[in-house]
Design a protein around this ligand. Structure first.
Ligand code: SAM
Length: 187
């Protein structure tokens, strides 16, 4: 899915969720000094900034298909290797990273299985591949307040979107992905 919006517009809406999520996700993945990390679907850089704080610019690479996000992140974090591209076709060599993360991205991949496979390929054996998505099942997604009000005003209203893999028991539209967990260690 293409994100053709400015980094500022994204920050005003999704930034309020993505920014506080990023350090918690990095903690969960065990990101620590000396590692090399890749941020897949980096957007304007909510997680990339946290990775750079912990690993330095030379320890971090990032990739996203959105031209405005890539341009904004290159300006925000000079020295970081920020590339334009998709998870499904990562341009990086095998075993390049200790940690490869995708924050709020898997549900947008056109082929999540291929994307996750690529993330594993570029991660060294024993490294961490991690992904997190919204919890739409509990009504705590970013659009939940909007839809709650809609249904208060119009109980019969249709249209609440259900992103794939964002509630227990659902899987991405490819139906090939069994689960979308948090992080796993590459064997
Ligand atoms: C909700 S945003 C998350 C951005 C960032 N990770 C954050 O936490 O703010 C989803 C991002 O996924 C990117 N994206 C969409 N399809 C993708 C794909 N196939 N591979 C990698 N990134 C993708 C979008 O361009 C967008 O930046």
């Amino acid at each position: 899915m293409a994100f053709d919006v400015s980094a500022e517009a994204y920050a005003r809406f999704m930034g309020r969720y993505a920014d506080p999520l990023a350090p918690q996700f990095a903690d969960l993945a065990g990101v620590r000094s000396g590692q090399r990390a890749l941020d897949v679907g980096c957007g304007p850089g909510a997680l990339t900034v946290v990775l750079v704080e912990r690993l330095g610019v030379e320890g971090v690479a990032a990739i996203d298909p959105s031209p405005p996000f890539v341009a904004a992140l290159r300006e925000r974090l000079p020295g970081v290797d920020v590339q334009q591209g998709t998870a499904e076709r990562l341009p990086h060599d095998d075993d390049s990273f200790d940690v490869t993360l995708a924050q709020l991205v898997v549900q947008f991949m056109s082929d999540p299985v291929a994307g996750l496979r690529e993330m594993a390929r570029v991660t060294r054996p024993g490294g961490v591949v991690g992904a997190c998505v919204w919890d739409h099942g509990s009504g705590r997604g970013p659009l939940s307040p909007f839809w709650n009000v809609v249904h208060e005003l119009r109980p019969d209203a249709h249209g609440r979107p259900v992103a794939p893999a964002c509630r227990r028991g659902t899987s991405p539209s490819s139906r090939r992905m069994q689960a979308c967990g948090t992080s796993s260690r590459r064997s």
